[in-house]
Write a protein that binds this ligand. Structure first.
Ligand code: ZN
Length: 169
């Protein structure tokens, strides 16, 4: 656990945003706070430019924060990076909301249309309008189109929507 966020979730989000290299960067920052880009690069073996690019990506999602101070010797600004794990949950909530929206749109589409299908495994499912257009012949194999029961689809979508709604409270 880290600031109330479990590690699995943290790394899952790191992977979604930054792939395997993103995971390595987040792991490095979990081991030690306040690392510079160069230090992260050294610890992970990932090129500096890639580290910088991914840090900005994480920063845009508010998963890492930076602080800067002036190097007393050179007078240049030094940036150090650290995790901001409290905001991981916000990120996950946001993702779930997007998925929920897509599922609801999908369900609406399934509810609004009647579907037709030839029964062929690799053939497309057509809406009534498309089936009329195709004169009730499968555009792929030429077999006659028959009404297609999408009740299992709708049931599946409704179940997923309910699950997400519960998770989101
Ligand atoms: Zn067909």
């Amino acid at each position: 656990m880290l600031g109330g966020v479990d590690e699995g979730r943290l790394l899952e989000v790191a992977r979604i945003i930054g792939g395997q290299e993103g995971v390595e960067i987040i792991k490095a920052l979990r081991e030690r706070e306040d690392l510079t880009v160069e230090e992260i690069s050294e610890r992970t073996g990932i090129q500096i430019n890639t580290v910088r690019r991914l840090l900005y990506k994480f920063y845009n999602h508010r998963i890492v924060a930076s602080k800067r101070f002036r190097d007393p010797d050179t007078g240049w600004f030094i940036f150090q990076w650290r995790l901001q794990p409290d905001l991981i949950d916000a990120f996950i909530q946001g993702m779930k909301k997007k998925i929920l929206k897509k599922l609801r749109e999908r369900l609406e589409y399934e509810e609004r249309h009647d579907f037709y299908h030839c029964g062929g495994e690799n053939c497309p499912r057509l809406t009534f309008e498309e089936a009329v257009e195709a004169v009730f012949r499968c555009p792929r194999c030429g077999e006659p189109l028959r009404p297609f029961d999408n009740t299992p689809h709708k049931e599946f979508l409704r179940r997923k929507i309910r699950e997400l709604e519960e998770e989101l409270g």
